[in-house]
Design a binder for this molecule. Structure first.
Ligand code: SF4
Length: 275
């Protein structure tokens, strides 16, 4: 057993490796960690590179993958890539859910029956509240896409990112996602983290290394502690949670991360409920 496999089995190290497929996005959300939007630089991991990382992750003893961005489905053939990643390790693909019409919706059928879940952002049962942060018509597009994907056999999770408050709205949101075919077990909630555009808009809670699960995160710019580490503010990549610029072989950042985790004092692990 590798050192990584042992640490994952012992619960010392999270089993998931994250991949930033790209940083550009069709939306410009007010709390975006990566200041993503249509006009940002194309900093990408190719499909082949993501598959290489996935293979190395499996060999090292990691147990799951995540793909995030930016909006991953702006990358060509993302559904096919996710299906191939899911054949290596169970995979969750984060998406804003606004692109699943026509060709992309049909292509997503390859995920039916695979070990891939799509995690779609939906922040409120109130279209105006949701769209204020995520853009015009976001709510309508997402509530159309979710049942269309579910009908095609795709596993869908819903992620709600919001500041605390309004329990009545949360209750309506849970009724809504159940009605769209997504059970409570596939609804995740997380706070707005004050990084990226959320700093500019004055939103969210501060989060440092000890607040964020130590999930190895690979981007075109290097390897990070947590997918909440590879963020962008003021157009510049944040490097406070950068592990190594080297990402190949994967054992270099993986062992760096393990060394940091093992060096932490007892009890100094995550305090924010982020998954
Ligand atoms: S939060 Fe997600 S959907 Fe919104 S701009 Fe950022 S990457 Fe795009």
């Amino acid at each position: 057993m590798t050192a990584i496999a042992g640490a994952v089995a012992d619960g010392v190290l999270p089993g998931r490796v994250w991949l930033y497929s790209n940083y550009h996005c069709n939306l410009v959300c007010t709390y975006c960690l990566t200041e993503s939007g249509p006009k940002v630089d194309r900093r990408e991991l190719s499909a082949d590179r993501m598959l290489e990382v996935a293979q190395q992750a499996a060999e090292l003893g990691f147990t799951a993958l995540g793909v995030t961005g930016g909006e991953p489905f702006l990358q060509p053939d993302m559904a096919e890539t996710l299906a191939r990643l899911g054949a290596i390790l169970p995979t969750v693909g984060l998406t804003n859910g606004t692109l699943f019409t026509g060709r992309r919706l049909a292509a997503a059928e390859v995920l039916a029956g695979s070990d891939v879940a799509l995690q779609i952002s939906l922040d409120s049962a109130d279209p105006d509240v949701n769209d204020e942060a995520r853009g015009p018509d976001n709510f309508a597009r997402v509530v159309a896409a979710i049942p269309a994907l579910v009908e095609r056999g795709v596993t869908v999770r819903i992620a709600t990112t919001r500041e605390l408050g309004d329990e009545a709205d949360m209750s309506r949101l849970c009724e809504l996602h159940r009605g769209l075919g997504v059970p409570d077990s596939d609804h995740v909630m997380r706070p707005v983290i004050s990084r990226g555009r959320a700093v500019t808009t004055g939103m969210g809670v501060a989060a440092g290394m000890n607040d964020l699960p130590a999930e190895l995160t690979i981007t075109a710019d290097g390897a990070f502690w947590s997918p909440f580490g590879a963020t962008v503010h003021g157009g510049r990549l944040d490097t406070d949670l950068l592990l190594t610029r080297t990402t190949d072989p994967l054992r270099v950042p993986a062992l760096t991360l393990l060394g940091l985790v093992e060096g932490r004092p007892a009890g100094a692990d995550s305090t924010l409920n982020i998954r």
